[in-house]
Design a protein around this ligand. Structure first.
Ligand code: SF4
Ligand code: SF4
Length: 78
């Protein structure tokens, strides 16, 4: 699932997500949340609530142990 934002795009690879919530806890903007939506393994996946507030800092991808979330910034940096 991909959420488009003005400045950055957050990508969540649903089938890799284990619902650990690390990204939710560490996002400085507090814009990630765990949903009731489950992947094939039964884990609750995460989504972005307010994509416009994403700064593209990349913290979510750095703390994710499953490489299940990453950010793409307009200039290609993460
Ligand atoms: S890139 Fe930064 S601001 Fe954007 S969702 Fe990830 S942790 Fe939050
Ligand atoms: S840190 Fe990774 S595995 Fe954990 S909830 Fe976030 S995207 Fe899913």
């Amino acid at each position: 699932m991909t959420t488009r934002a003005k400045q950055s795009q957050i990508h969540v690879i649903d089938e890799r997500c284990k619902g650990c919530s690390f990204c939710v806890e560490f996002c400085p903007q507090h814009i990630l949340y765990q949903t009731n939506e489950t992947n094939a393994k039964g884990y609750q996946v995460v989504r972005v609530s307010e994509p416009d507030k994403c700064t593209g800092c990349g913290m979510c991808s750095r703390v994710c142990p499953e490489f299940a979330i990453y950010v793409e910034t307009p200039d290609g940096k993460q």
